[in-house]
Design a protein around this ligand. Sequence first.
Ligand code: CO8
Length: 290
Amino acid sequence: MASLSTLLLRGPTLLRCCPRLFAARTYAAGGDFKYIITEKKGKNNNVGLVQLNRPKALNALFQPLIEEVNQALTVFQEDPSIGAIVLTGTEKAFAAGADIKEMSDKTFQSCYSGKFLKDWDSVTQLKKPIIAAVNGYALGGGCELAMMCDIIYAGENAQFGQPEILLGTIPGAGGTQRLTRVVGKSLAMEMILTGDRISAQEAKQAGLVSKIFPVEKLVEEAVRCAEKIASNSKLVTQMAKESVNAAFETTLAEGVRLEKKLFYCTFATDDRKEGMSAFVEKRKANFKDN
Ligand code: CO8
């Protein structure tokens, strides 16, 4: 029998063929998804795909959507068959930012004392690697969400920007920090102070994205990369991710120390032994994530 998470992730298909089963199952899991679509992808079904699906508002990020994303990411994080995740939007927009209509009536008091932006950066807590596949607009909170991911692939039509200044505010989910660390002070300042957007090509040149693909090929290519990642040891992959992320949080000396410790940790795993034995025996490694 399919697991609960499998049923949850096959939601849209199951909903069409057996809505009662779906309703019953997803009720237990906390409700079905209205603003996202989730699917397992890849030849071995080892990639979790989360697609933001609020196209009429260009995937503007608001609390119900963020809650669904967090719920889906938790399911994929806990599913041992999933080795990597792809987060994408539609061809027109990855996400055009936080929902301005939702934000417009907020006050300092309600922001400060309330839950505004609480849990909006859960993506950064994921242990499994996550690839942002960005077509179209990645603006404001959309750009910030992409930058919370581990790898950004862009479609040829992608546009990145932090236009908050044009709304009389500033980035609030890491834009001033992550963008500056990635593209450097001058370009980050220019984007944040003018609100100007950059193209996929400019983003690649600046190191914000690693690869660009035709719009219709983007998700397929992101899934291909995710499959490649998922074929390695999931355990060791998480150690590699933790070590790379430390580069943004610590001094060089501390980062190198952590890397050394994690490197030694790999020697406590069966997968390290299997990987090296496979090389010596001239065969493909068969990692067990152990
Ligand atoms: N919020 C709410 N609705 C939006 C948003 C948004 N950010 N962006 C687009 N929409 C809606 C439009 O209102 C419109 O809806 P309707 O048809 O009901 O009027 C629909 O989406 C289509 O938009 P447009 O007609 O404007 O489409 P265009 O193709 O003409 O323009 C643009 C596309 C250029 C993307 C334009 O919509 C735009 O400038 N959007 C706003 C972009 C922006 O300023 N983003 C930053 C928002 S502030 C922010 O993100 C703060 C981050 C705080 C932290 C967030 C944590 C994750």
